[in-house]
Design a protein around this ligand. Structure first.
Ligand code: GAL
Length: 670
């Protein structure tokens, strides 16, 4: 099934904000879109004030005309509900709907997402404009997709106003039923926090010292759910009034800590994501790949849409570095390789005014004489050759456990070390797997794992009893699990699992952790196999596991550092310290071998290769991030050039190629 009904090509385009331009510009826009191969634009994302200039007064004429122009040119529309940017009249009429920060500051307008996610006034106003749009454009032939809101929780992830406090209490009542259960779950006997009345329960506002961590965790959950309720309201209106048109919203996967996207993946009809490079990172293309793999995983393996990325520099980083020539194309192909069936940008035409005028666009201020424009046109032409890749699937060999709740818990205050970082652990394992050309899925700790020969738990600090059972079942059934330090420590209320660390995983790992040994800043330790590590060590006691390497010095000198435990038909490895990236790569190599994974393809690490398969074909997408040509083994037809490839696919430096394979799999080194 195509990602978007009726779209018979890879989607290509971006956010289109015609309301920022006089109508004379619109026909030039459409002509240039055709030149660039654009076939889908996201329209009206921030146009609420132009659509409803006063409450209940609507002006749809300009949108009608824009839609018509686009449709006449064969450009499909992802029509937005403009609810991420309430007009000035909204806050003026509903001052109580302004978000309030943890510190108690009331946030003003003049920006976007200035609303309390739990505000009834916002719910009514956003439902109102959504209904109007749904009724008016339900049958419009240009509209193939709905874009609800924009990046839920991007600018207003949390609100601590009295309305939010009341909504939080209601959410807690639904979750716990009675106050006694809440008191137990939050451990309120600690520091005299016991509640006698629901009215005493507050969001975790700034307090003289650290707030109850279980309260913090529930506030994260509540806040993510508050945004989800806003999405569901709009989606349900759109489904009801405009049936048959799928509804999406743009996620901010990987970089957004505040939204639990596992819960959202099944709520949208199409998973869509926004990704922006961390421009100053040398390995930012690896971070991009990780984010794309996470998006596919949240989509449960289905194709997804890259709703936004940038053609060139953004405007909101400390230094907004430009992309190198060819980087725009490579970035786009990385997303496509990892499951995107559409490549869109923020935005079509660079704004002349407003906060984002220095953000790049498909059509820069400099117009069509720019290298960005030339690359945009070239990418459009390339994507035009790749329609047959749509809806093909990717098979991963390894799953990394990713859990937003664990991320929240791990990084709350007063942990054994401030160096404990969720993203750092994920990337520490993802990066060597990427360099070894292993395709990775991300999985929820309670999700299905049987398909993966190898599962890695980068730092599963918070692990529910159900998740621990899931891991036990997976290993007992023959799986191989690699667990990084400080995993399985607490349950969903941030309460330590009983029986000593790591309570949830002791039997599975065949060990206990007597003490954590966070290392002082700049301090490293050596292992007896010559590897070095830093940040963290542990004093392990083995109860069935065997030591693969021990600490040669440091606070745990002489004790095991890396272990293996046979469990049922499988095995569980444990790494109690933060190895260097070379050390982590070597560990992953040996664990992959133990898991029975075929050897990684013998290709340079700077070459990215991903295979996509469908009933009709097998494809290899090769992206060369290096500075010399690489020849990838294989035969078939190169789709961009039409060349028949008999003895290897040459991929020029900095470029990409897409092979419809004759032979069905990539040969592995022996
Ligand atoms: C995104 C947002 C866009 C635009 C873009 C700039 O987060 O959805 O509207 O602001 O950032 O990089």
């Amino acid at each position: 099934m195509p990602l978007v009904p009726g779209m018979d090509r890879i989607a290509y385009g971006g956010d289109y904000n015609p309301e920022q331009w006089p109508e004379e510009v619109w026909s030039a826009d459409v002509a240039l879109m055709r030149e660039a191969g654009v076939n889908l634009v996201s329209l009206g994302i921030f146009a609420w004030a132009m659509l409803e200039p006063a409450p209940g007064e609507y002006e749809f004429g300009w949108l009608d005309r824009s839609l018509e122009l686009l449709h006449d040119a064969g450009i499909a529309v992802d029509l937005a509900t403009p609810t991420a940017a309430p007009p000035p009249w909204f806050l003026h009429r509903h001052p109580d709907a302004a978000p309030i920060t943890r510190e108690g500051t009331r946030l003003g307008g003049g920006a976007r997402q200035s609303f309390c996610p739990s505000s009834p006034a916002y719910a009514a106003a956003s439902a109102g404009i959504t209904e109007q749009l749904a009724r008016r454009y339900a049958g419009h032939p240009a509209v193939v997709l709905w874009h609800a809101h924009n990046e839920y929780g991007g600018a207003n992830p949390f609100c601590y106003c009295p309305t939010s406090a009341a909504a939080f209490r209601n959410w807690l009542r639904d979750r716990y039923g009675d106050l006694g259960k809440l008191n137990d779950a939050w451990g309120t006997t600690f520091w005299s926090q016991r509640f006698g009345d629901w009215a005493e329960v507050e969001p975790p506002i700034v307090a003289p010292t650290t707030v109850n961590p279980a309260q913090e965790l529930d506030f994260f959950r509540f806040s993510s759910d508050a945004h989800l309720a806003n999405f569901r309201r709009e989606r349900d209106i759109l489904h009801r009034l405009a049936p048959g048109i799928p509804v999406t919203t743009n996620f901010m996967l990987a970089n957004c800590k505040n939204i639990d996207y596992w819960k959202w993946g099944t709520e949208v009809d199409v998973v869509a994501n926004d990704h922006y490079l961390q421009a100053e990172r040398a390995d930012n293309h690896i971070e991009l790949a990780m984010c794309a793999d996470l998006t596919r995983s949240v989509a449960h393996g289905r194709s997804w849409l890259l709703m936004e990325h940038s053609t060139n520099a953004v405007n909101w980083q400390p230094r907004n570095l430009t992309k190198a020539p060819g980087e725009l194309g490579r970035n786009s192909m990385q997303h496509l390789a990892r499951g995107a069936d559409g490549i869109l940008f923020f935005q079509w035409r660079a704004s002349r005014f407003g906060a984002e005028k220095f953000h790049s666009a498909m059509l820069p201020h400099g117009g069509t004489g720019t290298r960005t424009w030339r690359e945009v046109v070239a990418l459009g032409a390339a994507l035009g050759e790749l329609a047959e890749l749509r809806d093909s699937r990717i098979t991963a060999e390894v799953a990394l456990l990713w859990d937003w709740e664990s991320w929240w818990g791990l990084e709350l205050p007063w942990r054994p070390s401030q160096e404990l970082s969720f993203r750092e652990r994920q990337e520490a394992f993802y990066e060597p797997l990427w360099r070894a050309h292993r395709t990775v899925d991300f999985a929820h700790p309670e999700g299905a794992l049987e398909a993966y020969p190898l599962v890695v738990a980068p730092s599963s600090y918070l692990l529910s009893p159900g998740a621990a059972d899931n891991l036990r079942r997976y290993v007992a059934g023959g799986g191989t699990l690699l667990v990084s330090y400080f995993s399985g420590i607490v349950d969903g209320h941030d309460a330590v699992h009983p029986g000593g660390y790591p309570g949830a995983l002791r039997d599975l790992l065949g060990l206990g952790v007597e003490e954590f040994e966070p290392l002082a800043d700049g301090r490293s330790v050596r292992l007896d196999d010559g590897r070095t590590a830093d940040t963290w060590a542990e004093r392990l006691e083995l109860h069935g596991a065997t030591a693969l390497a021990s600490y040669a010095d440091g606070p745990a000198a002489g004790l095991p550092a890396i272990t293996r435990h046979a469990y049922g038909k499988g095995q569980a490895f444990y790494a109690s310290t933060r190895l260097t990236s070379e050390g982590t790569a070597a560990l992953l190599d040996s664990v992959s071998e133990a898991a029975g994974l075929p050897l990684a393809p013998d290709l340079p690490p700077s070459l990215e290769v991903v295979e996509r398969h469908s009933d009709t074909g097998a494809y290899l997408i090769a992206i060369n991030h290096g500075s010399s040509e690489v020849v990838v083994p294989g035969d078939g037809v190169e789709l961009l050039t039409g060349d028949v490839v008999a003895d290897g696919l040459p991929v020029p430096a900095g470029s990409f190629r897409v092979l419809r394979r004759g032979d069905q799999t990539l040969p592995r080194s022996s």
